[in-house]
Each structure stands twice: as C-alpha cells, then as structure tokens.
Design a protein around this ligand. Sequence first.
Ligand code: APR
Ligand code: PHB
Length: 393
Amino acid sequence: MKKVVKTQVGIIGSGPAGLTLSRILSLCGIDSIIIENQSREYIEQRVRAGVLESGTVDLLNQIGVGGRMMKEGMVHHAVELRYDKTSHMIDLTGLTGKEIMVYGQQEIVKDLVMAHVDKEKRPIYFQVSDVQLNDIETDKPEICYLHEGSEYHIQCDIIAGCDGFHGVSRQSIPTNKLSIYEHAFPFAWLGILAEATPSTDNVIYANHEKGFALHSMRSPSLVRNYVQCNVEDNVNNWSDDRIWSELQDRMELEEGFTLNEGTILEKGITPMRGFIADPMQFGNLFLAGDSAHIVPPTGAKGLNLALRDVRILSSAIEEKIKKNNRSYLDSYTKDCLPHVWHAQYFSWSMTHMLHKFSDNDPYQAQLQLSQLRHVTTSLHASTALAENYVGLF
Ligand code: APR
Ligand code: PHB
C-alpha cells in the first residue's frame, strides 16, 4: 500500500550532515523527515574521522548537542609533524589563537540521534530501501522508498541530499547539468582503533621512507592510528603484528620513541580521493557533505566541511520557508564551493607533503623534506598550515 507523508524538508541520510541539518531546522520551527538506509546501530558504530575545528565545536554547542563532547572530547593546542626521525610541533593556538577538538565522528552521530529520537521523540526512518527522487526540478519534489514492507512517498518543498558519496541524491541530477572534478591518489590508509593509552598529547603526522603514518586518539584509553598502504590492499594482508611494527618504524625518532600498543578492536581501509560536484544543487535538491565532495583525510577536513554546508543550507532554507526569499538557496553552491575548493587544496597539499608516492623517486622524497622543513621553520609557512588546520580559511 502506498503511504503519502508531507513535510517541509525531506532529508536523505542520517550521517553528521543530515542529522545536523534536521536539528537546526527543528530549532527554527521547520519540519523535516530523515530517511537512512542503514540501521541505527550501524551508523552509531561506524568508525570515521575525529578532528573538529572550533567552528564545528561551536555549532554543535549552539544546537545543544555538545554536552558530552565538551566532557569527553580532547582539546588539542598543537599538532606534530615527524620527518627525518625528528619531531616538529605546529603550535596551533600560539599561531592562530584557536584550538581543535578530537572527538570521534560516530560519537557526534550518537549525540545527534539521541537528541532527535530519544529527547525530541522524532522518528528517523532507518533501513529504508529503493530510495528514488522524483520531480526535483519542480516545487513539489518527492522522495519514494520502501520501509517495513510499505511504499512511502514524502512530499516536501525541499530535498536535502545528505546521503554521502555513494548515495542516490547526486546521481539523481542529470549528468549534463553536473561537472565532476575527481582525483584518485595511488595509495590508501589502513586505520585501526586500539585499546591503548595515547603516546603523546597531540596528533602526529609522520613522513617516513616506508610511507605515511598517523597517530590519533579517541579517549585516554583508545587510540586511532593509520598507515599508508596500497590502493588494492586487503586488511587480511595486515596482521596485528605487522601493523604495530610498521607504525613503530614510521613513527621512529632519533632520540628513541615507542608507540603504545594494545588490542586492535577495528581495522579498515579507506581509499584516498578528492571529489567535487558542481553545482551542489538542482531545482529543489541541495547536496550537503560527502554527497557533494570528498577530501583526502590528511587535512581532517571532511566532517568540518559537511557541517559548514549544513549551516549555510539551513539559513537558506529558513529564508525561503519563513520569508519566501529564495535568493540564498539560489546562491547555495556559490556560497559553499570556494571554501570547499580551499579545503580540497589544503588536503591535497598535506597529502602530497606526507605520503610516499613511489618506491623509486628520491627527487620527490627530497622535495617533501624541503617542504616539511619550510612549514616547520618559517613563521609564515607554519602559520598558514595552522590557519588551515584550525579552519580559519
Ligand atoms: N538512502 C538513505 N540513506 C543513504 C542512502 C540512501 N540511498 N545512501 C547512503 N545513505 C546514508 C549512509 O548510510 C550514511 O549514513 O547516508 C549517510 C551519509 O553519511 P556520511 O557518509 O557520514 O556523510 P555526511 O553526513 O556528509 O558526513 C561527512 O563523513 O566520510 C565522512 O569525512 C567525512 O566526516 C565526513 C563525514
Ligand atoms: C582521526 O583521528 O581519525 C584523524 C585525525 C587526523 C586526520 C585524519 C583522521 O587527518
């Protein structure tokens, strides 16, 4: 049986972008419905990135979901770069006056779902299938899907495509109306979550002749580490011993350093790509977050960009719904993309500076060391890196 539901904004995807958008709209008195093709358990457990710019922290606090983050999140005032077996601090706060917060993306998702479902008592339709967007170029767009054996049609004024890189929203825009900019890097990251005490107070990015490595954390007893691996690598090629041994090698320091080890709870491989869809809108469909753009994770920008889109989109939707002023919706792409491209550039340059591109390119390896010496010794260059990292641009 076909069931018709009406709302003002139909949101596809309950990742950070969709959930935050729905929360902001609800606080402005605008009604929305979220549909999600995975289960609540799945989205709450999926381990992703975890570095928040101060603007992202402010937004989560303003919308009333920052309580646990402020207690459990870890404020960092610096990041460390390692190369040539030496350690170099970028003093983020000294250089920019800002700090970053390390707090896992799935914790943000849990906090947002809890506010939405358990506190506000609003449903999220999980485990939907066969999602299809109709009439998106008209004033009466529609989202159709199957849920618990019934066919649903959400009739709304605006559709927000927050369904990530593999979602249906972007694919619903005619290909001749979209320019796609894409770059695939010739390596991937193997990420682990492990029960261990963080080895330092800061996130460490290491350039090493064996390849890139990253040390990060989630709590005083949980670490998140990454090693560069091959694009077509498989987690089964990586025993726990091999992972720890590569991490120890790539994090080495002249004066000696041992990374704390522990039980590995989760392993996964993330491809490294840059991707931008332009425009981020078509008719009454607006893309936000990973559905519109992906950055390689080296700059830790993905989540921050997603929430920036949502802030801009929510104000534009409010203008349209409350004042019948469509101009901010019309300029949504123009208001988002310059910043998205800047973050793309920063993530690309961090990726280039830190990864091993080939087994046999000593010229490139020397260029990377030269760039690393520059960003760690020139005040201007380290300030530029710090400004990008904390999100001033
Ligand atoms: N129908 C409904 N939901 C869908 C569909 C679909 N057809 N396809 C995908 N989804 C859901 C996914 O299951 C996921 O929960 O959309 C959600 C998209 O969430 P994210 O991938 O987390 O994307 P976004 O909210 O934009 O957050 C961006 O994710 O990849 C990281 O680094 C990135 O931190 C950034 C963040
Ligand atoms: C993480 O903590 O998962 C993390 C940190 C820094 C990055 C990417 C991921 O650049």
